[in-house]
Design a binder for this molecule. Sequence first.
Ligand SMILES: [Zn+2]
Length: 67
Amino acid sequence: MKYYVNKNKQPNGDNEVHTLSCSWSPAEHNRVYLGDYASCAPAVARARQLGYNANGCAHCSSACHTS
Ligand SMILES: [Zn+2]
């Protein structure tokens, strides 16, 4: 699964992590490609390495959605 992080923060300060196929996935110019992962956990970890306040999308990455 290809994962992206939204460059724009949510109102609560989170940068949401999405799969490419998620209907809530951000527009191309608003996202950063994280990599191809089997689950959301390494994708969120990668986004945090890049300095994003990453949290899984409630729809496509609910296992990583904590806030
Ligand atoms: Zn999503």
